[in-house]
Design a protein around this ligand. Structure first.
Ligand code: FES
Length: 120
């Protein structure tokens, strides 16, 4: 098993090898967006890998092309829907702002009050 932790959100889950980060996030309602449904078309599942990059699948060209359309892309950026765990250990993630806001758009009941007021 692999432990995946969304550090700033205080959420974690144990998943088997082969699980992608989007599926893992959904298991524990981590605030990661997925507007295209995991088809590598939107970049709203954008996360930063804080720990455990070596435990993840290599990024393929499709993922890199889609990430290029994202905001605040960093060296440790990955798309949750395209990134699978391939080795056992602990992975720590941070949800990118675009991903978090996409999640709030999809699940406004989980959005903070001040963000909801700005949207109205
Ligand atoms: S969910 Fe759209 S690119 Fe990952």
């Amino acid at each position: 098993m692999v432990k995946i932790r969304w550090v700033a959100d205080g959420v974690e889950v144990d998943v088997p090898l082969g699980t992608d980060l989007r599926t893992a996030a959904k298991k524990v309602h981590a605030p990661q967006g997925d507007a295209c449904g995991g088809k590598c078309a939107c970049s709203t599942c954008h996360v930063y890998v804080l720990k455990g990059r070596e435990l993840l699948s290599e990024a393929e060209e499709d993922e890199e092309d889609t990430l290029d359309k994202g905001f605040d892309v960093r060296a440790n950026s990955r798309l949750g829907c395209q990134t699978r765990v391939v080795r056992e250990g602990v992975i720590e993630l941070e949800v990118a702002r675009e991903s978090r806001e996409s999640f709030w758009n999809e699940h406004p009941e989980h959005a903070p009050e001040d963000w909801r007021k700005k949207k109205d």
